[in-house]
Design a binder for this molecule. Structure first.
Ligand code: UDX
Length: 428
């Protein structure tokens, strides 16, 4: 017999968590505050691009295990577990803004059954379990931290095949009850105190961001010394202590987690008296990387970008998602627009040109159309289908045969063979 679960918030994390828990046989009610979203989700319409999610939502609804309601208080009345999956945006001082979480806690407090376990799934500052407990004003319920480690695009697979499940709780019984929700899944369950669980999430994301900034900095060194970063990473990665995962050089890291969580951890450390210079530098190297890619494009446009047309392939922060939040591609494009370039962009997951984040960019429905007449083509997101496009055809339509491949995605030798100038990251 499954458990009764409420999910507050149907964003990437909440919807994936709800759909996957219903797939594991639990009865899940998901709440959101947007009426239109609740209606369309109730019809099985998933508003985000996430592999396998449509199917799980559809199956959950069909089997009567997954439903959607308006308002958190309408989801929690029967629940044994309540997952808080709400946004924790970056506040003005870099710290995570907890107001959505606190508001929801205050709202649901009066409706909870005794012994309910309220679970912080969102990435929250260390000490947030205590903050939520205060807002609930219920001494007969438990608050537990159970951070998510879901990558967008592969979130369903990450949920169902976790490397680990981390549960931070003061009450061992509550922790064991949360652990039981996942007992059909592989991966080690690690039970800690709440502060350690909250810290594990920040430490993991900061470490992954560090790996990427490290490899991007090494790519800059490779460019100076004439080495090829792809071979360097391969050679490093064969050392099993290092490994080759998450060492792919690119235009810098982005998305909904790394930028906000790395800033938040700097702030958390500083507030408690530790100057996290290493992490500050990791963030600085990332900012530098956006500028380095913009400079590569401008060099191919012979210095000045004023009046030049730049074709961009890829707008999302990485492939396999439609998410534009903190996308390196958009950061780089804005640098080009600021100095007078025209940007024509194509992305397989972006159709709605009315999104405010795309202001000033000409969105094209086809990659060749974007390249047409351009002074430089820049590949900024690693969509695999870009590898299969015809550079003979690009050569026929582009104004100047010049490509900046910020994901080292393309067949460099073939493209050079067609007479293109080519620049990658850490290899030219
Ligand atoms: C991340 C974490 O991986 C996940 O565990 C966490 O819970 C949420 O944040 P996500 O933001 O979906 O997931 O994306 P991820 O795949 O981690 O990539 C983040 C950024 O780093 C992207 O911009 C990506 O392009 C970049 N990246 C990733 C690289 O540049 N090189 C790499 O080797 C890996």
């Amino acid at each position: 017999m499954g458990s009764k679960i409420a999910i507050i918030g149907t964003g990437y994390v909440g919807l994936t968590t709800g759909a996957c828990l219903s797939h594991l046989g639990h009865t899940v009610v998901c709440a959101d505050v947007v009426p239109g979203k609740v209606e369309s989700l109730s019809r099985g319409e998933v508003p985000i691009l996430e592999a396998g999610l449509d199917e799980l939502v559809h199956d959950g609804i069909r089997d009567g295990l997954l439903s959607f309601v308006l308002g958190a208080e309408n989801a929690v009345g029967d629940a044994e577990f309540v997952f808080l999956c709400l946004p924790t945006p970056q506040g003005a001082d870099g710290a995570a803004d907890l107001s959505f979480i606190k508001e929801a806690a205050q709202q649901i407090g009066p409706y909870l059954q005794p012994e309910t376990v309220v679970i912080n799934k969102s990435t929250v500052p260390v000490g947030s379990a205590g903050e939520v407990a205060k807002k609930l004003e219920r001494s007969d319920v438990h608050v537990v931290s159970n951070p998510e480690f879901l990558r967008e695009g592969t979130a369903v697979d990450d949920f169902l095949n976790p490397d680990r499940v981390v549960i931070g709780a003061d009450d061992r019984g509550a922790a064991d009850r949360v652990a039981a929700l996942y007992d059909k899944l592989p991966g080690e369950v690690l039970i800690t105190d709440p502060a350690s669980a909250e810290t594990i999430k920040y430490a993991s994301n900061a470490f992954l961001a560090t790996k990427i900034s490290f490899v991007n900095a090494m790519a800059a060194v490779c460019e100076e010394v004439g080495a090829d970063v792809q071979d360097v990473v391969k050679g490093m990665g064969l050392d099993q202590r290092i490994g080759n995962r998450f060492l792919v050089p690119g235009p810098g890291w982005g998305g909904s987690c790394f930028p906000k969580d790395s800033h938040a951890l700097v702030r958390i450390a500083e507030n408690s008296g530790y100057q996290f210079g290493l992490l500050r530098q990791v963030i600085a190297v990332n900012e530098e990387q956006f500028g380095r890619v913009a400079n590569k494009i401008s060099r191919f446009a012979r210095g000045s970008l004023e009046g030049k047309t730049i074709a961009v392939w890829g707008l999302t922060f990485k492939a396999a998602t439609d998410d534009l939040r903190d996308s390196p591609s958009l950061n780089i494009i804005n640098r080009l627009l600021e100095v007078g370039a025209t940007v024509r962009a194509y992305d397989p997951a972006v159709e709605d040109a009315s999104d405010v984040r795309l202001a000033g960019i000409e969105i094209c429905g086809d990659p060749y159309e974007a390249a047409s007449g351009a002074d430089v083509l820049a590949v900024l997101t690693e969509w695999p289908e870009f590898k299969d496009l015809s550079f003979e055809k690009v050569g026929e339509v582009i104004g100047t045969k010049a490509v900046v491949d910020a994901r080292n995605l393309l067949d460099r030798d073939a493209i050079k063979g067609l007479g293109f100038a080519y620049d990658g990251i850490g290899r030219s």
